[in-house]
Design a protein around this ligand. Structure first.
Ligand SMILES: [Ca+2]
Length: 470
């Protein structure tokens, strides 16, 4: 449990508060009705993709016909959120199926960390580590749980849950891994900007040559071919469309810390369209194997888009708690269970996918391990009504910036650095332009004090919540 012994940019929590009850999490371990066999599960997680950058989400300049097909032949969510506004914590939330703060994983892993120890009540710096922390492999995770249910598990792409071997996906229940381990890499040279070589095939250094998105697409397609005759779970966390903004067929210049954020909308478009090609390759393999209809295929983003992306009509971007930082596209195709062309306004979040995948597979959580997410399938199949009283919370607590946000129903509360309370009605004002706080100012009678499990366990007790009734 190495992460508990470190104090870095991540606030650490010792969480002992009550977890959501089995009822509250929507019956995460409820088994799916039997089909001929358990479904295959494919989860493509795009990195830093804009809310408005898919054809099916309204993009006018980016062509994503294969991804759009997931929407036209499945479900498109309108109110789907990332667990966090940056990479690592959302991935942690997905892998563990719980709020990432439960393991102290509130911000993205960066380059250096200070190893510290609590000595005589004070944190003392022991050494500086490079790429030295990650998600402990002792944590339960989706691949371990699906593996126990008989699934073959593969992950192809950006891991960003720890660089050292002890954090490798193979130790988190995946049978096969190919990709880069860090927060970014040169798409052609496969190195972090500090020169750290990041490409791995399992635990081995891979010297595969080529454009990273292509390499990931090819390995993903091959995994489908290899495992089509058995239930499998394939997680494809693309580095694209994260910086460096290197489009296909343009290997120069070499990425440095100085030029890493250079790019253009045109280059971003080419990067995303190459991800779309990969979705088409995966779908082609599923169809060739005759398993497309019984494959639960999901695509989402780990957080909102940044400089070259378009999050319209949402405000702001990645690394903020405005909607542009956390509301993301999510598409879900499973012809055997889900009706084509469905648009769902069910409020949902990345870690719901963990519960959903586990339920679809008929898997179970380890004894005593309670997921924070909700199985979305009963809502999507119409077995139950949409759940309208969910509450999601996010927090940024950095040395130089603090922000908190809550969504409850259609209300969104934001504390942007302690400047003022902001309250938005997202149903009427998705772009968060009209602060309702002055009109519907929360008072002690309508603040959320004890009704939010996440707030009880994670937030300060003085946090001002949203108005429950107006
Ligand atoms: Ca990201």
């Amino acid at each position: 449990m190495r992460i508990f012994g470190l104090v870095v940019c991540l606030p650490l929590f010792v969480l002992s508060g009550s977890a959501l009850s089995a009822e509250d999490n929507g019956g995460a371990t409820e088994h799916a009705p039997q089909t001929e066999r358990a479904p295959n599960i494919v989860f493509v997680l795009v990195d830093d993709m804009g809310y408005g950058d898919l054809g099916c989400m309204g993009s006018k300049d980016i062509n994503t016909p294969n991804i759009d097909r997931l929407a036209s032949e499945g479900v498109k969510f309108t109110d789907f959120y990332a667990n966090a506004p940056v990479c690592s914590p959302t991935r942690c939330g997905f892998i563990t199926g719980r709020w990432q703060q439960r393991v102290g994983f509130e911000w993205a892993l960066g380059y250096t960390a200070d190893r510290q120890r609590l000595i005589d009540g004070e944190w003392k710096k022991i050494e500086v580590m490079h790429h030295g922390i990650g998600l402990p492999a002792t944590q339960p995770g989706i691949a371990k749980m699906l593996g126990a249910a008989g699934y073959a598990n593969g992950v192809f792409g950006k891991w960003h849950l720890g660089y050292d071997d002890e954090f490798n996906p193979l130790h988190h229940g995946f049978d096969e891994y190919f990709g880069e381990l860090l927060g970014h890499a040169d798409y052609y040279r496969h190195t972090y900007y500090d020169g750290t070589y990041a490409l791995r095939d399992g635990l081995e250094i891979s010297k595969a040559e080529g454009y990273l998105t292509d390499l990931i697409n090819e390995r993903a397609a091959a995994f489908v071919r290899k495992n089509a005759d058995r239930p499998f779970f394939m997680y494809v966390p693309h580095l694209a469309v994260h910086a460096p903004f290197q489009p296909p067929n343009r290997p120069d210049p070499k990425v440095t810390s100085e030029n890493m954020l250079e790019g253009s909308r045109e280059g971003y478009k080419a990067m995303l369209e190459r991800v779309d090609d990969g979705v088409g390759m995966i779908m082609q393999e599923l169809e060739a194997a005759g398993v497309s209809d019984n494959t639960l295929f999901v695509l989402s983003s780990d957080n909102g888009g940044e400089r070259w992306a378009s999050n319209l009509p949402l405000f702001h971007h990645k690394a903020t708690l405005w909607e542009g930082g956390i509301r993301v596209p999510c598409l879900m195709r499973w012809p055997a269970r889900l009706k084509a062309g469905t648009v769902s306004s069910q409020q949902a979040i990345t870690m719901d996918l963990t519960a959903t995948f586990l339920a679809a597979a008929g898997g179970e959580t380890p004894e005593g391990y309670v997921l924070d997410g909700m199985n979305l399938l009963p809502v999507l199949t119409g077995e139950i009504e949409p759940v309208t009283d969910r509450t999601f919370c996010w927090r940024i607590q950095r040395n130089n910036r603090r922000m908190r946000a809550i969504r409850h129903g259609n209300w969104k509360y934001i504390d942007d650095g302690g400047t003022m309370d902001l309250l938005f009605d997202l149903e009427a004002d998705i772009s968060e332009h009209n602060n309702q706080n002055a009109i519907h100012r929360p008072n002690d009678n309508v603040r959320l004090h004890g009704d939010v499990p996440f707030q009880q366990t994670i937030y300060d007790v003085h946090l001002v919540g949203v108005v429950l009734t107006l």
